[in-house]
Write a protein that binds this ligand. Structure first.
Ligand SMILES: [Zn+2]
Length: 131
């Protein structure tokens, strides 16, 4: 029994096909199911993780990813972007006493950001980019 793994290119083209059909897919899980259904027509025993789909979507030029968040623990330390796992950059402000305070963390790759109140991704919506 062969176990076939799709390449990123194959998954990307399937995501494109799905989005051309639906325009907007309202959650990562739904997109995962649709992509798997599409791939299963040709290959059995195929599985793809949601985070892999998200990563491929972020690297593509035809998807606009909308990130919905819930509030997380303000004390939680964050170093990596929860969306794409890139490093987060600190946006600092000077205090009136001459010190520095981090006011925001942001990701240069996917545009995720969070302030003191942590924004934890809770839902991803995938839109087909227009034009
Ligand atoms: Zn990111």
């Amino acid at each position: 029994m062969g176990y076939h793994l799709a390449t990123d290119e194959q998954i990307e083209s399937v995501i494109k096909k799905v989005l051309k059909k639906f325009r907007t897919v309202n959650s990562q899980n739904i997109l995962k199911k649709l992509v798997e259904e599409e791939l299963n027509i040709k290959k059995k025993n195929f599985g793809v993780t949601g985070s892999r789909i998200r990563k491929i979507a972020l690297n593509s030029d035809f998807i606009k990813l909308e990130i919905h968040t819930r509030e997380g623990d303000p004390k939680k330390q964050m170093f990596k972007c929860p969306v794409c796992k890139s490093d987060l950059y600190k946006v600092k402000n000077l205090t009136i006493w001459g010190g520095e305070v981090t006011i925001e963390l942001n990701c240069k790759k996917c545009g995720y950001w969070t302030g003191k109140k942590k924004r934890i991704p809770s839902r991803y919506i995938f839109h087909l980019k227009e034009g």
